[in-house]
Design a protein around this ligand. Structure first.
Ligand code: PGA
Ligand code: ZN
Length: 419
């Protein structure tokens, strides 16, 4: 039974305030911290900010108060293992389409802490509990997509493409995937330093390097060199998050200081797909262009087209994208939708359409490793949590290493997913 629910304002990896919820039950105390995006989709659930003097408007005092008063009053005394029912109670209590009254940050913090409390009261690991909630019989360790060069909203450089990721698809285990990624990351650092000097090795919000480059192909060339020098060319594929909404304006894409038509941008994608081992492209066009995404998916066979800002983990938008064949992979961010139950439902709908699911961190994240267990529990094929650098990024990868280690020790069934 839930004895108490409370919340405090803590800080995310960018030093901005965010919400931490705490739930007390007979089994102990369970906490969760919500992350926060920078290149947010306009259809995401609402992150409630105070818009007052403190923290230049970014305080989350109201969201904290909503937990301490309204949410706590409603949920104290209830059974913490009724995740779905309690998530629904919070959705109803909020009463808006986009969780703007109580704040998706308030609701999600409690929802995540509830899942931990539920796992705690059953005495099972969080990933196993998520697996039960998802009714998932096939858990696995996801393949990591590590963002090793940062651009867009996540870096103070002029790269329009937001994320250049490596996916160690040839690894046999999660641990091996991380070793490959770490070696490439450190080799890339040397290459960038030799070519552009020490200053160019500073990192962006997600721990990837943020060299002062402009040409969108140069990061691909640098990564290829790092793959070559580490001997991993046959084990690693490349993923991109274009985050195209961020440079879209009035029907045109402001890319590389030029105003591009959609077709021109598509031709650029086609040219890099031909030259580099690209496996995955996220948000190639602006966030309402379901048609453009369909065309992209149709014309780039074998490439993973990932919907992030397009889908915002929203069940209605995912269904529309399935009908229109707009993509073949769901980027899943819990705070885009605001409860654990709805996130599980979103994943299950994507799986049943034959899509892959890539669970994702946010650019403003924290030491909370919830998404690692979540990804294993739902059986996500992939997870993106930034570079193998900075502890808010490694918190997730380290948790996956722990889960894999325990599974190996106990001769469990959960294995690394080979993409
Ligand atoms: P965000 O970026 O967390 O800043 O929204 C991540 C992404 O676009 O995938
Ligand atoms: Zn994205």
């Amino acid at each position: 039974m839930i004895k108490n629910i409370s919340a405090i304002e803590v800080f995310d990896s960018r030093g901005e305030p965010t919400v931490e919820a705490k739930i007390e039950t007979e089994a102990g105390e369970f906490r969760a911290i919500v992350p926060s995006g920078a290149s947010t989709g306009k259809h995401e659930a609402v992150e409630l900010r105070d818009n007052e003097k403190a923290y230049f408007g970014k305080g989350v005092g109201k969201a904290v108060t909503n937990i301490n008063l309204e949410i706590s009053k409603m949920l104290v005394g209830k059974d913490e293992t009724n995740q779905r029912e309690l998530d629904q109670l919070m959705i109803d209590l909020d009463g808006t389409e986009n969780k703007s009254r109580l704040g998706a940050n308030a609701i999600l913090a409690v929802s995540m802490a509830l899942a931990r409390a539920g796992a705690g009261s059953k005495g099972i690991p969080l990933y196993a509990y998520i697996g039960e909630l998802a009714k998932n019989k096939r858990m696995n360790l996801p393949c990591p997509a590590l963002n090793i060069i940062n651009g867009g909203m996540h870096a103070a450089n002029e790269l329009d493409i937001q994320e250049y990721m490596i996916l160690p698809v040839g690894a046999k285990s999660f641990k091996e995937a991380m070793r490959i990624a770490s070696e490439i990351y450190h080799m890339l650092k040397r290459i960038i330093e030799q070519r552009y000097g020490k200053n160019a090795t500073n990192v962006g919000d997600e721990g990837g390097f943020a060299p002062p480059l402009k040409n969108p192909e140069e990061p691909l060339r640098l990564i290829m060199k790092a793959l070559d020098k580490t001997g991993y060319l046959d084990k690693v594929k490349i993923g991109l998050d274009i985050a195209a909404s961020e440079f879209y304006c009035d029907g045109k894409y402001n890319f590389q200081s030029k105003e591009l038509e959609k077709e021109e941008l598509f031709n650029f994608y086609k040219s890099i797909i031909e030259k580099y081992p690209i496996l995955s492209i996220e948000d190639p066009f602006e966030e309402d262009d379901f048609e453009g995404f369909s065309e992209m998916t149709r014309k780039t066979k074998g490439i993973q087209i990932v919907g992030d800002d397009l889908l915002v983990t929203n069940i209605e938008r995912i269904k529309k994208a399935i009908t229109m064949k707009s993509c073949n992979t769901l980027l899943l961010k819990l705070n885009q939708i605001g409860t654990v139950s709805e996130s599980i439902e979103a994943a299950n709908i994507a799986f049943s359409a034959g899509w892959n699911v890539m669970v994702s961190h946010r650019s403003g994240d924290s030491e909370d490793s919830f998404i690692a267990d979540f990804a294993v529990g739902i059986g996500a094929q992939e997870i993106k949590s930034g570079a193998p650098c900075r502890s808010e990024r490694l918190a997730k990868y380290n948790q996956l290493i722990r889960i894999e280690n325990e599974e190996e020790k106990n001769k469990g069934k959960i294995k690394f997913y080979s993409l």
